[in-house]
Design a protein around this ligand. Structure first.
Ligand code: TRH
Length: 351
């Protein structure tokens, strides 16, 4: 049972970030062909990808450019990520070959997700497409989680500093920061500079250049990263003392790192992203002050004293994050749930 997973890179790296993670986990059970419309974005987060090759195999996964979609037969199981429109020729051929078609939706903690998860929707080519919603509750498709993840013993591996072009930080603490351009980084720098311990800030490739006062320059070490592989990105989250993440994919991975973290959701019109953020926060076991801190980062209301207060009690904050990761682990992860659904549906089709 081959799975075709289709990824369209809309903007940023979340689409390919989620798809690459998912492809590797599904590939533990079924052969996977990952179709990507923008291989150059993929190559930035996975250095084994050749952006000019329309067909290649990386980590035993066949990676295909959308350009060759008319040349190959559709797989028995087809997953489109985030409602991407599949190539027309491919859609036309699906009825002869495809048993199950799924749309992997964006992550949301809003309550309507439970009602829509796994609903079928008949399509013009005659096949029903099922909506698969990731989520935080038992009635959703769960979260992408490393398959070997154990909340009781999270990774203590050293990041591959040299291969990332970095020297190992020598400060007391490390903050790993992957923000949207409007994030209140000046507040972060102000708080970290006042902290009694010394801090290194690892700034992701896409982050704005830091604007520091001379006092902050003395107190803080800033290391700017180039684009690093997703596996290295994850290792940094596991190693850092504070993760400031964004979007969808790095946010979920930060949960499993079980270190103090702040999530900044993808910016949407009319502040819809703040509603999404609030829906998630009310699901978390974080205390009121931590919830407020995370909300205020995205609503741009945060002040340095508020952040510093939590940085001075990092171990309390970390314990809350550990408990949260532990609780969420009681739920099957997204890849396991997807595989179970595919097996159930395809068995029915064979009978
Ligand atoms: O890049 P993002 O902002 O992606 C966003 C969101 O997913 C959003 O929900 C979606 O609607 C929009 O894209 C289209 O943030 P995200 O989701 O955290 O994805 C970033 C991925 O890129 C993640 O897998 C980590 C990876 N990455 C690296 O591996 N190396 C790097 O150097 C960088 C900067 C990122």
């Amino acid at each position: 049972m081959t799975i075709d997973l289709f990824c369209q890179v809309v903007d940023n790296y979340g689409d390919i970030g989620v798809c690459w993670r998912l492809a590797q986990q599904l590939n533990e059970s079924y052969p996977v062909r990952l179709w990507v419309d923008d291989l150059s974005a993929f190559a930035r987060i996975e250095h084994h990808i050749d952006p000019t090759a329309t067909t290649q195999i990386v980590n035993t996964i066949t990676v295909l450019s959308w350009e060759v979609a008319s040349e190959l037969q559709p797989a028995p199981i087809v997953i489109e990520a985030f409602g991407c429109d599949l190539p027309a020729d491919y859609l036309g051929q699906m009825p002869q070959h495809t048993q199950l078609w799924l749309n992997l939706e964006y992550l949301s903690a809003e309550t309507w997700v439970e009602e829509l998860h796994l609903l079928p929707s008949p399509q013009p080519n005659g096949i029903s497409k099922y909506f698969f919603f990731p989520g935080f509750t038992a009635k959703t498709g769960g979260l992408l989680r490393p398959s070997s993840y154990n909340p009781a013993s999270t990774s203590t591996a050293l990041p591959a500093w040299q291969s990332m072009g970095l020297s190992a930080p020598t400060t007391d603490r490390i903050a790993f920061v992957f923000p949207y351009p409007n994030a209140p980084l000046s507040v972060l720098y102000e708080a970290l500079a006042q902290h009694p311990e010394s801090w290194t800030v690892l700034l992701a490739a896409t982050a704005p250049d830091p604007q520091l006062s001379s006092y902050q320059k003395e107190r803080l070490t800033i290391q700017r990263l180039g684009f690093i592989q997703q596996a290295d990105f994850d290792a940094l989250m596991d190693y850092a003392d504070l993760n400031i993440m964004r979007g969808e994919d790095s946010f979920v991975r930060a949960i499993w790192a079980a270190k103090p973290f702040i999530w900044q959701p993808y910016l949407q019109e009319q502040n819809t992203h703040l509603e999404k953020l609030q829906a998630w926060l009310t699901h978390t076991p974080f205390d009121r002050a931590i919830q407020q801190l995370i909300y205020d980062w995205s609503s741009l209301q945060l002040n340095a004293d508020q952040l510093l207060k939590h940085l001075l009690h990092l171990s309390d904050w970390q314990q809350q994050c550990r408990n949260y990761a532990h609780n969420l682990c009681l739920q099957d992860n997204l890849a396991t749930q997807l595989i179970a659904f595919c097996s159930q549906k395809c068995q029915k089709a064979v009978k």
